[in-house]
Structures are given as structure tokens and as C-alpha cells.
Design a binder for this molecule. Structure first.
Ligand SMILES: CC(C)(COP(=O)(O)OP(=O)(O)OC[C@H]1O[C@@H](n2cnc3c(N)ncnc32)[C@H](O)[C@@H]1OP(=O)(O)O)[C@@H](O)C(=O)NCCC(=O)NCCS
Length: 333
């Protein structure tokens, strides 16, 4: 009998039905399909109807996960929501989601780690399961990025989409589950990717709105270089400290921010195409949603089976860096 680990026993996901293509964006900003495809790998993304909050898309993903596992929300102990687009600054989206789900005995909280949010939340949730404190933890990555996009800024608005994913963590001792993780923060990265206004440093005023400071801003080139370096570094670290190498990886599931970032990490890890999930063409960067959505794509394509060794990796605003080593437990799909 091996150590009790947190196993992923269900996966749910949701993207809103409205598809926005690169051609659609050409009508809004000075851009073109060829630039977006070749620089980012994105062909389309999904947008919510304006006014749809993050808790709503999270709710769909959670219900999907619970349905696939065949349990009710009243069985949940804890709900962790990773998001940078909470419904409001407080209460936490996890509280609003707990109510919508009817998860009567669950407590919950939000995690703010941008594109690394899902991995931070996943490994946090795993601690509660491994210690025996909880038996059913729902980890959600959800973002309505359109609520913070500046559709006058062509360099950022083309990159993102809306979407949500949720996984259920439960204890098990069959050797599968979350085996290890390594996370980092480099707070000096703040100026390169941020939303300046709306917090205590720059409360929202007429002036901050006029200056469009309530939208996401980034210095793409700087973020790109950092992401290329760190995505590979964190992946190699979780492998090497477990005596593994790229050759032991069955599937590499990276945050989907730019196809060139994923390609660079793939090359450093020495992985063939069939061991790397890429779905950024369909969804764009959904921030906390990308990794569960990518796991969903892997299941759709029959590329994920029980016992597989997975490396999950992310880089996001903060800067935050996340890496996890997972032995896949198998889920109903
Ligand atoms: C944003 C990103 C795609 C830009 O690619 P890039 O190759 O670095 O391109 P640059 O920013 O150097 O811009 C090159 C040119 O394209 C232009 N451009 C920017 N956005 C454009 C768009 N949507 N359409 C057409 N042209 C565009 C720029 O204005 C620039 O023009 P110039 O040379 O005349 O000044 C890339 O930097 C990136 O993906 N960064 C990481 C972003 C990220 O992952 N963020 C989320 C955090 S995980």
C-alpha cells in the first residue's frame, strides 16, 4: 500500500458557445488572421455574453465534473477557485459558487495567481486531501478574460478567451495522483503583466477609467522571454528531482498562452508532438482555465489513460510559475 495521495477523480469544463475568430477581431482592431496565427497559434476563442460572471461559467464546469463522478454538490468539503476575474473584489467567487452549486457543507476561497492559478489551487487542494482533512475537494480554474480586455489594445485583446475547468480531488493509495510540485514567484515581474486599477493602490476613479487602467496590460516580449525560460525549467525540475527525464513523460500539459512558448518547452524536454497537448488554436489563453481545458482535449482525443505520467506547467502574471508531476488516475469521460 503506497502513500495516500490526492487523485483527480473527475474533470469538468465549460466554454461559452459564442466563437470569435481572428477575422471577427479584424473588425475591431488593426490586426489580421495571419499575424495572430503565426505569432500566437490562436485561430479562435470563446466569449461569454457581456455581463456573465466567472461564477456562472465555473458553475457549468463544476456541474459537469460532479455529474461525471456521479455525486452531488452536498458531498463537497472544499471549493478552491483560481481566477483573476472574480465576480467582485469580495466576497470570493468560491463563496458565490458554493451557493450556486448548493454545496452546503463546503467552505472555500479564491486563489490569485493568474495563469498559474489552477496549478497553485490544485496543489493546495491536494494538501487537504493528503493530510486527511478532506475527502472531496473541487478545484476550479475559471476566467472571464473579456471582462478585463481592452478592445482598443490589439497586442493583448487578441490573445485571450473565456473558459472554465474543474477537477475533483479525492484520496487514494494506488500510487496515482499528484506526485510532486514545484512553484515559484518572482514579484519583480509585476510591471510587465498587470491590471493597475481597481485595487487599494489605485482605487477606481473617473481618471483611472479614462486612462483605461482597469484593463489587463502587458509587455508581451518580456513576458514571452520569461515564460519560455521558466516553462521548461520548472518542468525539468519536477522531473529531475523524481529521477525522471522527458523520456518518462506520457503527456506534457502546459498553460496555453502562446504556441511558441509551448513549442520551446517541448523542444527543451525532447518530446514528440504526440506527447504534447496544444489547443490554444481553439480557445486562446483562458488564464486559469487552460490546463483543465487541455486535459479535456487530451481525453477527447483518447490521449490520456490511467497510469500515464503527466507534467503540468504554467507561467503567469506575478510572475508566478507552476509545475506538477501527476500520475493519471483515470476518470469517467
Ligand atoms: C504578445 C505576443 C504574441 C507578441 O508577439 P511578438 O513577436 O513579441 O510581437 P511584438 O510585441 O514584438 O510586436 C511586433 C509587432 O506586431 C505588432 N502587433 C502587436 N499586436 C498585433 C496584432 N494583434 N496584430 C497585428 N500586429 C500586432 C506590434 O505593434 C509590433 O509592431 P511594430 O514592430 O511596428 O512595433 C508575444 O509577445 C507573447 O505571446 N507574449 C507572451 C504573452 C503571454 O503569454 N501573456 C500571458 C501570460 S501567461
Amino acid at each position: 500500500m503506497s502513500k495516500v495521495r490526492a487523485r483527480i477523480t473527475a474533470l469538468g469544463r465549460y466554454v461559452p458557445p459564442r466563437v470569435v475568430t481572428n477575422a471577427d477581431l479584424e473588425k475591431l482592431v488593426d490586426t489580421n488572421d495571419e499575424w495572430i496565427r503565426t505569432r500566437t497559434g490562436i485561430r479562435q476563442r470563446h466569449y461569454v455574453e457581456p455581463g456573465t460572471p466567472t461564477s456562472e461559467i465555473a458553475l457549468h464546469a463544476c456541474r459537469d465534473a460532479l455529474h461525471k463522478r456521479g455525486i452531488g454538490a452536498d458531498e463537497l468539503d472544499l471549493i478552491i477557485v483560481a481566477t483573476v476575474t472574480p465576480d467582485m473584489l469580495f466576497p470570493a467567487t468560491a463563496c458565490l459558487l458554493q451557493d450556486k452549486l448548493g454545496a452546503k457543507k463546503a467552505w472555500g476561497f479564491d486563489v490569485s495567481a493568474a495563469c498559474s492559478g489552477f496549478l497553485y489551487a490544485l496543489t493546495m487542494g491536494a494538501q487537504f486531501v493528503e493530510t486527511g482533512a478532506h475527502r472531496k475537494v473541487l478545484v476550479v480554474g475559471a476566467d472571464v478574460m473579456t471582462s478585463i480586455l481592452d478592445f482598443q489594445d490589439r497586442a493583448t485583446c487578441v490573445l485571450f478567451g473565456d473558459g472554465a475547468g474543474a477537477v475533483l480531488l479525492e484520496p487514494g493509495d494506488d500510487g496515482t495522483g499528484i506526485l510532486d510540485f514545484s512553484h515559484e514567484v518572482d514579484g519583480s515581474g509585476e510591471p510587465y503583466l498587470h491590471m493597475v486599477a481597481g485595487g487599494s493602490r489605485r482605487p477606481t476613479t473617473r481618471e483611472t477609467v479614462d486612462q483605461r487602467l482597469h484593463f489587463v496590460r502587458q509587455e508581451g516580449g518580456h513576458v514571452f522571454k520569461f515564460a519560455v525560460r521558466k516553462m521548461a525549467e520548472i518542468s525539468l525540475r519536477v522531473l529531475e528531482r523524481n529521477g525522471l527525464s522527458g523520456a518518462d513523460v506520457d503527456l506534457f500539459v502546459a498553460h496555453q498562452a502562446n504556441i511558441r512558448i509551448i513549442d520551446a518547452a517541448q523542444q527543451r524536454l525532447g518530446l514528440p508532438d504526440d506527447k504534447v497537448i496544444k489547443n490554444i488554436d481553439r480557445y486562446g489563453n483562458t488564464t486559469a482555465g487552460t490546463i483543465p481545458l487541455a486535459l479535456g482535449t487530451a481525453l477527447d482525443e483518447g490521449r490520456l489513460k490511467a497510469g500515464d505520467t503527466l507534467v503540468l506547467a504554467s507561467v503567469g502574471a506575478g510572475f508566478t510559475v507552476g509545475g506538477a508531476l501527476v500520475k493519471w488516475s483515470g476518470v469517467n469521460w
